[in-house]
Ligand binder design. Structure first.
Ligand code: SF4
Length: 155
């Protein structure tokens, strides 16, 4: 939800209100393939409280795997939310990394005090959006062409 909040509020609403997505969507198929073929040594996917799903826990570092660095900001906030959740709810002060296997690239992500304040601010905003009786209006963005919800917005 934190990722979608930074991508598109309408997408956040669809996702949170359990609208099914088109699994033949190229972007989704692509993403799944990377998830399924990367980090096959058993270190992947840690589910916590039914709230966060960590891709990889590697030597105490939370690693979030992404298909492309093009949507870096939403992925970064998703990972910062994980770090915040672990710190706030589990007393764990851990570092994060964004991993882009296709680009052979990794980036370190740290949670700052300002980040923590920002996350506390957006949580009620996310709640307000997903509890609306109808989705926010569509806004044309570069990602719309590959978005799973494209046909709910632009046909
Ligand atoms: S198609 Fe565009 S406006 Fe519609 S949900 Fe996806 S990103 Fe948002």
């Amino acid at each position: 939800m934190v990722k979608y909040y930074h991508t598109c509020h309408r997408e956040l609403w669809f996702y949170s209100n359990k609208l099914d997505v088109d699994r033949s969507n190229t972007g989704i198929v692509h993403g799944s393939k990377i998830d399924d073929t990367t980090y096959t040594d058993g270190r992947r996917r840690v589910f916590i409280d039914g709230t966060i799903a960590i891709d990889v826990l590697e030597d105490g570092t939370v690693v979030e795997i992404k298909r492309s660095s093009k949507l870096e900001q939403p992925g970064e906030w998703q990972l910062k939310f994980y770090l915040w959740y672990l710190k706030t709810n589990k007393g764990l002060d851990v570092d994060g990394q964004l991993s882009y296997p296709r680009e052979r690239k990794r980036e370190s992500v740290e949670l700052t005090t300002e980040d923590e304040e920002y996350i506390c601010k957006i949580i009620p905003e996310i709640q307000e959006i997903i509890e609306r009786p109808a989705p926010p209006d569509p806004e044309l963005k570069p990602i719309c062409d590959t978005c799973a919800y494209h046909d709910f917005c632009w046909v």
